[in-house]
Design a protein around this ligand. Structure first.
Ligand code: AMP
Length: 576
């Protein structure tokens, strides 16, 4: 029966295996992403047992890429994009050039043609959208300057790859590849356009797409969404958001030859100016996460584990280009532009991997008879290994950044304080209160603590808030409180109270577990929004959990009672 429904089988196997492997990975304190990749290897053709439909899995993964980029666009205004162009544009171009040269060098060293080397190098130069965004979102960096530069950089890389994909078929014959017009733009083939013609046509199409989006899309999309929002149907609103993201991405790819990811990004960016964008972002989250998981599974499926043993040295060299070569180039460029070391490190780490675009480029290279099959193996191996290593690289960078932050605070007053810099010089406070989160809830608590002259420090993920807190001379630690290094810097063992004022119960749970382990005496007060969350947090060691909605109800009842008792209020009026 299962053979009749390959799509269902692929989704079920992909999500099911990813869940099992992800849970096991989590159990062993490895990021779940590693589990998803291994689930893909298990479902792939190179390991015994069940083999899922590779083509379908890859296509499903594309939906994940679309939703992810749409989500990024929602948090990204045109202004944000333009504000980082000064660094993202030259940065991405120089980095692509450096990585391509490295790849070319390795390829020529292995006896491939220059054409093969160019495709190989280009494939190594472009980072995976999914991996980069995951890393940035996990660390709450999306709203920071570092995050914006990384995303802008990614957009430039994406654009460069769109150009590379359309230009390759046209220049393949010059590089000694296939003379068939494989993958050529039908319009270009029809008119028999040469290289410059294809380039011009591509630029015109990309320009046309951006133009259409900025002129027509900018009016129609927000209008439609507002209209749907006013119907009051949540279901229809959710559908409208999804339909827009998918239709714009697909239309962009089909009509304008722009990548799906880029199309989705523009759809999101146009919506980001509408006040409904936050809600729109919320609606796509669950689907986005599910399909992003399928992305990792589909990457794992492509991988033949024996290729590591068959060609260990070329594989190692490939990996070094991706992880060391590209990162070093990015680091130097970002520093050369006068950005702080912490920013340079984060950007280098986020780009030290390759993914979906590399596969597409490599496959085209093989079809055009430019890239030998070995090249495809190396790119796949390099991708899976660099994605596997990425969380580790980030952990190292996080640690380096914290050490750096400590040193810079003491020694280098000359460098402008990087707002994104995690402050980690462990606090000197003892018997203090640790306040996690300084949003709508945390701010009120902080003000009260300050009025009471209680010693306290704030752990906050948003750089903007950290900057404001530091201006107000409040002790701060920047970063995600769920990370052990961040927690350690807050001196938990000596704290008296921990007040967790963040809305996300999973992250709050991680903070509570670690705080409780470090200090059995500390009083932990946490915030929740559901009864189940209250139970979960108490189970992990919170002393008191305040359920937001219950407090709102309590406030309303009190107001109601007070008003009812007021002599002027019509007490006997029916309530309802
Ligand atoms: P609000 O829901 O308005 O009270 O805002 C919550 C605040 O907590 C925001 O300012 C977030 O930046 C911050 N926040 C959320 N999660 C974390 C976390 N894991 N670590 C540190 N700060 C966080």
């Amino acid at each position: 029966m299962i053979h009749d429904t390959p799509l269902i089988a692929t989704i079920v196997a992909g999500l099911g295996l990813a869940f099992v492997f992800g849970a096991v990975a989590q159990r062993f304190k490895v990021p779940p992403l590693v589990g998803y990749l291994l689930a893909g290897v298990a479902a792939g053709p190179f390991t015994p047992g069940y083999v899922a439909d590779q083509k379908l899995a890859t296509e499903l993964a594309e939906i994940g890429v679309i939703l992810l980029m749409f989500g990024v666009g929602l948090h990204f205004s045109l202004r944000d994009l333009l504000s980082v162009r000064a660094i993202a544009l030259p940065g991405a171009i120089v980095q692509i050039a450096v990585a391509t040269l490295f790849g070319l060098g390795l390829a020529v060293g292995m006896g491939w043609t220059v054409g093969g080397g160019l495709v190989f190098g280009l494939a190594l130069s472009v980072a995976s959208t999914v991996v980069l965004l995951r890393a940035i979102q996990e660390r709450h960096l999306m709203e920071t300057e570092r995050g914006r530069i990384a995303v802008g950089w990614l957009i430039v890389e994406d654009l460069a790859m769109v150009l590379a994909l359309v230009l390759l078929p046209a220049i393949a014959p010059l590089l000694g590849g296939s003379t068939e017009q494989l993958g050529t733009d039908p319009l270009a083939a029809h008119f028999g356009l040469g290289l410059s013609g294809v380039l011009a046509l591509t630029l015109v199409k990309v320009g046309l797409f951006v133009g259409v989006m900025l002129v027509v899309g900018r009016r129609v999309i927000p209008w439609l969404l507002h209209y749907i929002a006013h119907t009051g149907s949540r279901e229809l609103f959710r559908l409208a958001v999804l339909a827009m993201a998918l239709c714009v991405a697909f239309g962009a790819a089909k009509l304008f030859g722009v990548s799906l990811a880029l199309g989705a990004f523009f759809a999101g960016m146009i919506l980001s100016e509408s006040p409904l964008s936050q809600r729109a972002a919320q609606e796509t989250l669950p689907l986005r996460d599910a399909f992003a998981v399928l992305f990792f599974v589909s990457v794992g499926m492509l991988f033949d584990p024996t290729s590591i043993i068959r060609e260990p040295w070329p594989m190692l060299a490939t990996l070094l280009i991706i992880i060391v070569g590209k990162s070093a180039a990015a680091f130097v460029i970002v520093r050369a532009f006068g950005h702080p070391t912490a920013t340079a490190l984060t950007i280098s780490a986020s780009l030290a991997q390759i993914g979906e675009f590399s596969f597409i480029l490599a496959e085209l290279g093989v079809k055009l008879k430019l890239l030998p099959a070995q090249g495809l193996d190396l790119i796949l191996g390099g991708a899976i290994l660099s994605i596997l290593l990425n969380p580790l690289i980030f952990a190292i960078v996080d640690r380096l950044n914290q050490r750096l932050a400590g040193r810079e605070d003491k020694a280098a007053p000359g460098e402008p304080a990087a707002p994104a810099k995690p402050r980690s010089d462990a606090t000197t406070l003892t018997g203090h209160t640790i306040l996690v989160g300084y949003g709508r809830v945390g701010r009120l608590i902080g003000t009260a603590l300050a009025q009471e002259r209680q010693p306290f420090l704030v752990i906050e993920a948003s750089d903007d808030l950290i900057a404001k807190l530091q201006q107000a001379n409040i002790d701060t630690i920047a970063g995600n409180a769920a990370q052990p290094e961040v927690l350690k810097a807050a001196n938990f063992d000596q704290a008296k109270f921990v007040i967790i004022a963040i809305p996300e119960a999973f992250e709050a749970g991680q903070v509570i577990r670690q705080a409780r382990a470090a200090n059995p005496q500390v009083q932990i007060i946490a915030r929740a929004h559901r009864d189940e969350e209250v139970e979960h947090l108490i189970g992990l060691g919170a002393d008191v959990v305040i359920m937001g909605e219950r407090e709102i109800a309590r406030g309303m009842i009190d107001t109601f009672t007070a008003r009812q008792q007021q002599p002027s209020a019509p007490a006997d009026q029916p309530v309802g």
